[in-house]
Write a new protein. Sequence first.
Length: 129
Amino acid sequence: MLVFLIVVFTIFSCTKDNEEPKNIPPELIGKWKITHQYSASGSGLDGTWIEIDTGKIYDIWLKNDGTFVTQDDESCENCNYYISDNKLYLSTNGGDSPGTINDLTDQAFILWWDDFEGFGYKYKKVEVD
């Protein structure tokens, strides 16, 4: 019985580590830099896109294994992301921050943060992973 439990534990622990993340569009993989910020109060109808430069080489690196890093925290241990219903969920230490993805190409996309009405970023790919 003990041998059976060890085999079952080994199979399940290895399977999770070797699984490929699901539903990640290949265009999303890579290093991205914020180029514009949209900020509006209330309904989000009165805002404008403002060009910004964060001064970083990249702002977020979405890796093909379902993890991400930012240049602010390249050592994040629990930084994962996933896609569900055209939403990008960034997960750190058990909390998810969802954003709706629009206009995704292999070189750019827009992310509207669901937690902040009328707030979004335009991203440009700076380096292919």
